[in-house]
Design a binder for this molecule. Sequence first.
Ligand SMILES: [Zn+2]
Length: 293
Amino acid sequence: MRNLTKRRWLLILLVLVTPPAVYGFMKWREGGINGGQKYAKPFRIAGNLYYVGANDISSFLITGPEGHVLIDGGYPGTPPLIMASIAELGFNVKDVKVLLSSEHHYDHAGGLAELQKASGAQLWTSDPSADAIESGGDDPSNILPIRFLVWTRLIRYPPAHVDHRFEDGDTIRVGPIALTAHITPGHTRGCTSWSFPVRDADRVLNVVSACSLNVMGVSKYSGYKSDFERTFRILRSLPADIWVTAHARQWGRYRKFLARDTVKSPVDAFIDPDGYRAYIDSGEAQFRRGVEH
Ligand SMILES: [Zn+2]
C-alpha cells in the first residue's frame, strides 16, 4: 500500500516534470540550431541591395539580371527564414549564383551548406575561412574546449564546399554586380569586409559590409593585434554612404528601418557615413581598452 502511494507520487511527479523538461530541451535545441533568431520582414535597403536576414543575424541579397549574390547564411537553422524572405521579395533562391561569407563562425556560416544546396550557387570565401567552413567550424585559433565541442559535433555546423578562395582586393562579379573583397582580419583570420556600388535612381551609393571588430577571447591568435591595426586602417580607407555588418543590431536596422517612414526617401534612412566611422571608432576603442567578447 505504501509502495503504491510512493509509485503514484512518482508518476504524478513525472507527469508534472516531463512537459517542461521536454519544452526546455526543445528550446535549447532550437536555440543552438537557430540562436533564437526570428523572422524579420525583408526590405530593400537601396537599389538592388536587400535585407533578407533574421531579426539580428544579417544576410544580404544583391540582385542582378544575370543572377544574384547572397552574403552570409546565419545559423544552421536560419536558411528557411532567409529563403522565405528571398521569396517574399519576389526573387528565386535558384537565381543566387554566388554565395559569399564574411566569417566562419557558427552564427554566420552555419547555414551556408543548406543555402548552397538550395541555390546551386558557388561559394567564395577567403583562404583562412575556407578551411574552417569546410570542416563545419573547426578553427585552430579556438581554445581546446571549443575545438572539442566542434569535434564532438555539439557545435559543429553542416560543412559547405568552398568553390573559390579569393585574395584580398579581388573583385567577384555576377553580370553587372561587382563586389570587392577586403580581408580585414582580427575577429577571425579570414574575416572579410565587402565594398560595392549600388545604383539607386540617379545616384551611385558606396556600400560597405564591414566585418566584426570584436576581439574574441576564446579564439585570439598570435598576430591578431597587428591584424586589427591593419583592419582599422583598411576600413577607414573605404568610402561608405551605406554600411552594414553581420549583426543587424549593430548597424541600426531597427532604428533605420523605422526611420524609413519619416524621411523623404526610404533609402536616406540608410545613408550613414558618420555611423560607419562611429562603428570603427567604437571597435578600435574597445580593442585599445582590451575588451574581449
Ligand atoms: Zn564572429
